[in-house]
Design a protein around this ligand. Structure first.
Ligand SMILES: *[C@@H]1O[C@H](CO)[C@@H](O)[C@H](O)[C@H]1NC(C)=O
Ligand SMILES: *[C@@H]1O[C@H](CO)[C@@H](O)[C@H](O)[C@H]1NC(C)=O
Ligand SMILES: *[C@@H]1O[C@H](CO)[C@@H](O)[C@H](O)[C@H]1NC(C)=O
Ligand SMILES: *[C@@H]1O[C@H](CO)[C@@H](O)[C@H](O)[C@H]1NC(C)=O
Ligand SMILES: *[C@@H]1O[C@H](CO)[C@@H](O)[C@H](O)[C@H]1NC(C)=O
Length: 270
């Protein structure tokens, strides 16, 4: 928006070039918002673990059956078993979800080339894999943060409004289904501003586990980014974001069970 404030054409032109370069770089190889390569164990080139991981990740990227943005797959046996979870933000379309998961697969195996366990967070999705059991368990150990350095002008009201909003969203998300635990909403700050927020858990968590994860994530705001006008907290099992503008869309309708939606209806009268 501020671009239109410049009167010089040259200035506008160079800004477009910079924007164009940024967009090009982003398309070629987007960077994670946060990532974590575990040092707890490595696999070697051409190992069974690597073959299992590759098979698992390619089954993830080629999956066309799951349409609710959560993938929990494993591949292999015993010590060579790999478990993977991919979670798309609850409001993104299936196309965006697929391409984000694809980007993550490429980027994560490149960023953590021999680690048995790794996590990468993008705006629209998260990918993690491990040789440990990771399904249906809360993990809050690895953390990534991003925040806008600008302080809210009225910190006390802002913190109070954001705290209440996140608390309500946390309750709503935790009571979601086993296919989606996601909530968005907004509230007024001191009657003339609004704050918008999003929270999400991996839907394999129970209501209590999702609640606990989000309470931990909300607690981390105090450590780093209290009073900031925008920020994100990423944990392996849940994440949250807040901004002073509406950054999320309307989530696509949640399928109750894929089978009832996709199986053809029996002919009348049978
Ligand atoms: C795994 O490899 C990394 C370097 O790539 C090294 O720092 C780390 O100590 C290794 N971990 C184990 C358990 O061997
Ligand atoms: C892995 O396999 C490829 C092709 O099969 C081979 O070229 C490469 O040398 C092998 N690497 C290791 C470390 O064994
Ligand atoms: C994901 O990557 C696979 C192969 O790497 C490709 O076939 C597929 O079209 C990609 N999907 C998206 C949505 O980009
Ligand atoms: C934001 O507020 C904190 C105190 O809460 C202060 O230490 C910091 O300097 C402020 N940052 C800016 C950019 O004003
Ligand atoms: C994968 O996730 C779905 C949806 O939350 C759940 O019903 C299923 O039990 C999970 N599978 C495993 C192996 O944990």
């Amino acid at each position: 928006m501020t671009i239109y404030g410049f009167s010089s054409r040259t200035m506008l032109f160079s800004i477009s070039i910079i924007l164009f370069q940024l967009v090009r770089i982003t398309i070629a190889q987007p960077d994670f918002s946060g990532f974590f390569c575990s040092q707890s164990g490595n696999y070697s080139s051409n190992s069974t673990y690597q073959a299992n991981l590759n098979r698992l990740l390619s089954s993830l990227s080629s999956n066309t059956e799951i349409d609710y943005g959560f993938y929990n797959f494993s591949s292999g046996e015993d010590a060579d078993k790999v478990n993977a979870i991919a979670l798309c933000r609850g409001d993104v379309t299936l196309d965006k979800c697929h391409s984000c998961v694809n980007d993550s697969i490429y980027k994560l195996t490149q960023t953590c080339p021999y680690q048995k366990e790794a996590i990468g967070w993008y705006d629209y999705c998260m990918l993690r894999y491990s040789d440990r059991a990771i399904f249906g368990t809360v993990e809050t150990g690895s953390i990534a943060y991003l925040w806008n350095p600008t302080n809210a002008s009225n910190m006390i009201e802002f913190n109070q409004a954001l705290g209440n909003l996140l608390n309500n969203l946390q309750t709503e998300a935790a009571s979601g289904t086993s296919l989606r635990k996601f909530a968005t909403g907004d509230t007024s700050v001191a009657s003339y501003q609004r704050v918008f927020a999003l929270v999400q858990c991996t839907p394999d968590l129970t209501q209590v586990e999702c609640h606990n994860c989000l309470v931990t994530a909300i607690g981390h705001i105090v450590d780093y980014s209290e009073g900031k006008i925008g920020g994100r907290v990423f944990l392996p099992s849940c994440n949250l974001e807040w901004e002073m503008y509406q950054f999320y869309g309307i989530p696509p309708p949640q399928p109750s069970t894929p089978t009832t939606i996709f199986s053809p209806l029996p002919p009348e009268g049978t």
